[in-house]
Each structure stands twice: as structure tokens, then as C-alpha cells.
Design a protein around this ligand. Structure first.
Ligand SMILES: Cc1ncc(COP(=O)(O)O)c(C=O)c1O
Length: 343
């Protein structure tokens, strides 16, 4: 298996099993530098019921998958190729957060390459306003990142740090993060996505409370409009109905307090006072549920997916004070706002 290097480093990267890079050295592959050299990616045998030839011409469903679809970087997809990709996508690819019945009549939107803040796709050049899924914080086509990833994969592509083994790269990164992070935040646990990071956080919270002799502190308090991920527990922490209703979530033990979204309730002119009211409502919720049953309060410093909600002055400090008052852990989910990503 090789990676599509355009996606390395993104939290929600797509990894195609069976993708090989052709016409260029995979390790040094860079979509921008290679653009003029008509670099190609060949997708081989990942479509058992569909085949397409090098021109993208398709040969019907149900046949053996034999050939390839070529992509020339920064080139507009030909209508035939676009159609071939859309057909394969329709046949084999489930998209997260997507109404497939609504999408297919118009066809999937196919992105082929990126450079800086721009993406290139069937419609030409696009400004990537969302930065991938909030995670391409240094832009596309960064040669220094491609080179570092390439070097590391050549040296050691993978080894876990379960039990008593580790790798040089993991130690160096943990050391660097430990020195950068403020206060007593000294340790790093590595994971592959924001959802997994939050799941890991939830386990650490439970374990911490058990070790403290407080095994009943299992409830987690988050907020309306929150977004914390796609797994069962992180979707339960999320406070958006469309992430929960289709799956019968939240799971028991996940509490939602009001978010300081003054605009949503027509209180923009009065945002600070509204923030204090939200803190007061959260206090009531804690009292009602029983503080001794709540393990942690988890919140995004700036709520992203819920509407890019910037908290009014005093709100976050008020929430942290509340957590301290009731001996509840205060956890910030900085998956999209950490490392200076505040816009
Ligand atoms: C605040 C926050 N937490 C967690 C996640 C989940 O991250 P991922 O999509 O990498 O699982 C996101 C994703 O946008 C997020 O915005």
C-alpha cells in the first residue's frame, strides 16, 4: 500500500489501498513540482466490479478490474475521465456526512490537486475556504513536509509504541510537544484523528477518576453546537442533531449545556451577559445531575463546526471556575484551534 501524498498530514486523509504512484518517485512526490511533468497516479485493481482504460473509458460494471485511470496534476479532468471517476465513486464509495441519493444525480465533485490555499478540480482553481476539514493548516504542496515524510518512510515507515518499544520519531515529537505545551501538560499520546484523540481523552478521564477512587464520575459534560468527532462516544459529545438523531445518540451519560451562541438567540448586543447566563445554566445542570457523577467538562475554545462560535469575554474563565468548584476535569478540544489556528 502506498499513500496519496497530497493527503499526508490531514486528519481525515483518504488512503487508497492498492494505489501506486507512477511516472515519478513516490517518496519524493510533490503535486506542485511535478505538475509540469505530467505526473500520474495510477489506481489499480481497487474496483473489482468496474474497469476503465487509460483514457478513462469505462467498460461496464461486473467485469474484472484490469486497467487504470490516469490523473495529470493541475490539469482539468476530461469529461470522460470525470464521468469514469464519478461512476466508480457511485459504485464503491460511501462519503461521510452525505445524502447519497441527493448527491448522485449531480455527481461527485472531484478534486485532483492542491497548491498553497488553492485546490484544483473539475471546475478549475478553487480557494479552499475550509482548509481540508480544518486540518490543512499550512497549505497544500509543501515540499518540506513531503520531503520529511518521504525520509521517515524510507527509514522506518511504521512501528507501534505499545508496551515497551518506541521509535526515534515518536520520542522526538513527544519531547518537542512536551516542551511547547504550557504548564504541567508534559505528555503526548499519539492518535490518527481528532475523533480518536477525543476517544483516548475519554478513556484517560475514566481511568484518572477510577485511580482517584471516584469510579462514579463517568458522565461527560459538553455543549450544544459542539463538534467532537464521528465515533459513538465523540458523536455523543457533539451537540448537533444531525450527528446524533440518525444513530440514536447520545449514549447515556453525555450531558449538553447551552453554548454561548448569542447570535442564535438574538443576543449579539448582549453577548457577554448571555455568556454569564450560559455559565449559570451549566451550574444548574451540574447540580441537577450530581457533581459527583461528572468526570469532565470538554469544550472547544472556539466552537468550529457548530458555527464558528467565538465565546464572549468571561465565558471560558467562568466555565473553568465552575469545573474547579465541583472538582470536574476541564478539557479543551483544540483539534481545529490548536497550534495557533485561530484564523
Ligand atoms: C473540535 C473538533 N474535534 C474533533 C474533530 C474530529 O476530528 P477528525 O475529523 O480528525 O476525527 C473535529 C473535526 O473537525 C473538530 O472540529
Amino acid at each position: 500500500m502506498t499513500y496519496d501524498f497530497k493527503d499526508v498530514g490531514t486528519a481525515s486523509s483518504v488512503i487508497f489501498s492498492g494505489v501506486t504512484l507512477k511516472g515519478t518517485d513516490a517518496g519524493n512526490y510533490n503535486p506542485v513540482q511535478q505538475a509540469d511533468q505530467a505526473a500520474t497516479i495510477t489506481i489499480k485493481e481497487f474496483c473489482p466490479s468496474f474497469s476503465a482504460d487509460a483514457s478513462g473509458e469505462t467498460h461496464g460494471a461486473g467485469g474484472a478490474c484490469v486497467s487504470a485511470v490516469d490523473f495529470s496534476m493541475h490539469e482539468k479532468l476530461s469529461p470522460t475521465r470525470l464521468e469514469a471517476l464519478r461512476k466508480m465513486d457511485r459504485a464503491h464509495h460511501l462519503h461521510p456526512f452525505t445524502d447519497h441519493a441527493a448527491m448522485h444525480p449531480t455527481g461527485t465533485h472531484v478534486i485532483t490537486s492542491g497548491e498553497g490555499v488553492y485546490l484544483y478540480g473539475e471546475e478549475g482553481k478553487l480557494l479552499d475556504g475550509l482548509a481540508g476539514l480544518w486540518c490543512v493548516n499550512v497549505g497544500y504542496g509543501r515540499t518540506e513536509i513531503a520531503d520529511a515524510v518521504s525520509k521517515q518512510i524510507r527509514e522506518l515507515s511504521y512501528y507501534p509504541s505499545f508496551f515497551n518499544t518506541t521509535t526515534e520519531a515518536a520520542v522526538l515529537l513527544a519531547d518537542r510537544l512536551g516542551k511547547m505545551a504550557p504548564g504541567n501538560l508534559k505528555y503526548a499520546v499519539f492518535s490518527n484523528s481528532g475523533s480518536e484523540a477525543n476517544e483516548t481523552g475519554l478513556k484517560i478521564i475514566r481511568q484518572y477518576q477510577m485511580i482517584q477512587g471516584k469510579p462514579n464520575r463517568t458522565k461527560i459534560l459538553t455543549r450544544n453546537f459542539a463538534y467532537h468527532g464521528v465515533t459513538l462516544a465523540t458523536a455523543s459529545m457533539t451537540g448537533l442533531p444531525n450527528c446524533q438523531q440518525p444513530f440514536g445518540l447520545p449514549l447515556p451519560g453525555f450531558l449538553h449545556a447551552p453554548a454561548p451562541y448569542a447570535y442564535a438567540v438574538g443576543r449579539e448586543k448582549d453577548a457577554e451577559a448571555y455568556g454569564h447566563e450560559c455559565v449559570a445554566e451549566t451550574k444548574k445542570l451540574i447540580e441537577k445531575e450530581g457533581p459527583e457523577t461528572i468526570g469532565a467538562m470538554i469544550l472547544e475554545p472556539v466552537q468550529g463546526a457548530g458555527g464558528v462560535i467565538i465565546p464572549p469575554p468571561g465565558y471560558l474563565a467562568g466555565m473553568r471556575k465552575l469545573a474547579r468548584e465541583y472538582d470536574i476535569l476541564f478539557v479543551c478540544d483544540e483539534v481545529i484551534s490548536g497550534f495557533g489556528r485561530r484564523g
